[in-house]
Design a protein around this ligand. Structure first.
Ligand SMILES: NC(=O)c1ccc[n+]([C@@H]2O[C@H](COP(=O)([O-])OP(=O)(O)OC[C@H]3O[C@@H](n4cnc5c(N)ncnc54)[C@H](OP(=O)(O)O)[C@@H]3O)[C@@H](O)[C@H]2O)c1
Length: 274
């Protein structure tokens, strides 16, 4: 049995579907009842006792980073005899300045997993292709997409590839102690992603870049805590994080090339249709 946390989200959801399709027994830690191809276990990552209650018979755990009392959660994982933990970290753990709160919670989560005594694999995906879903309202309303960091190219990764690597790490031998940076096959600027999305929809979409200050204001207006907005500003406006390098990891681990943004856009086109 594999316990997947974040099972209603982009990465965890893709992993639940991947494991279920492979016939692997999956338990999903969820905060409320939802329809998933997995056995549900009600729990909250900020409540280690609730995670402990979901560990019976579990041999592998897919764990999100940055929740409260993670040391206690990992102690429960170790006590339950779990054979392998895969931590969903981020490239923020390798930023130039790891004192910002986004990098800090990933660095600290990785350190706790390393110290847990449970064999581990750390995944450091670059920006998810699924973040593009944030454009859905703009694309439904018109042909212009406005977004931040117009000059920043990112080797954005499909959650299905994160799931494929996580499944390999949980089910196969040879991934203990590995830190896997995960990317797609190409670094793309937002304008390129807008063009590819438009092609998938049979529409001509146009990109308009926000200035760095507009991007900061938009993050704050969206309710992001100021310290997090400042961290993302540092990553992308001051260039403290470079997610442009294409890495060979997805292909090395899964034996096939990473999925393209064109594939992601075609598979998710309905989310952008009125
Ligand atoms: N998006 C990116 O570009 C990116 C890049 C690198 C790393 N990451 C990391 O990947 C993580 C997951 O990303 P995602 O796009 O899959 O996120 P997502 O779609 O927003 O999913 C978040 C998941 O976490 C669950 N969750 C939130 N708080 C919880 C809690 N207290 N206890 C248990 N479950 C809780 C949510 O469940 P509910 O349905 O209950 O809300 C949901 O299943 C991020 O948090 C980040 O650390 C993301």
């Amino acid at each position: 049995m594999i316990l997947v946390t974040g099972a209603t989200g982009n990465a965890g959801g893709a992993l639940v579907r991947t494991l279920a399709a492979a016939g692997e027994p999956v338990r999903a830690l969820v905060r409320r009842e939802v329809e998933l191809p997995a056995e549900p276990a009600l729990g909250d990552l900020n409540d280690p006792e609730s995670v402990a209650g979901a560990l019976t018979g579990v041999r592998g755990v897919f764990l999100l980073a940055g929740y409260d009392r993670m040391d206690e959660t990992l102690a429960a994982v170790a006590r339950a005899g779990v054979e392998h933990v895969v931590l969903l970290s981020a490239s923020a753990a390798e930023a130039a300045d790891v004192s910002n709160p986004v990098s800090k919670y990933h660095v600290e989560s990785e350190a706790l997993v390393r110290a847990s005594g449970v064999p581990w694999t750390v995944l450091r995906p670059r920006t998810f292709m699924s973040n593009t879903l944030r454009w859905a309202d703009q694309v439904k309303a018109g042909d212009v997409v406005r977004d931040s960091w117009p000059g920043v190219a990112v080797a954005t990764v499909d959650p299905l590839d994160i799931a494929a690597v996580a499944a390999a790490a949980l089910l196969e031998k040879g991934h203990d102690g590995q830190v896997y940076g995960l990317t797609g096959p190409r670094a793309l600027r937002p304008a390129e992603r807008v063009e590819i999305l438009g092609a998938a929809l049979g529409r001509k979409l146009r990109f308009e870049g926000l200035s760095d200050e507009e991007a900061r204001a938009e993050m704050l207006a969206g309710g992001m805590p100021e310290a997090y907005a400042e961290a993302f500003y540092g990553f992308f406006a001051r260039g403290e994080l470079d997610e442009s390098a294409v890495l060979p990891t997805v292909e090395r681990v899964t034996g096939r090339p990473p999925r393209t943004f064109e594939e992601w856009a075609r598979a998710n086109a309905d989310a952008f249709r009125r």
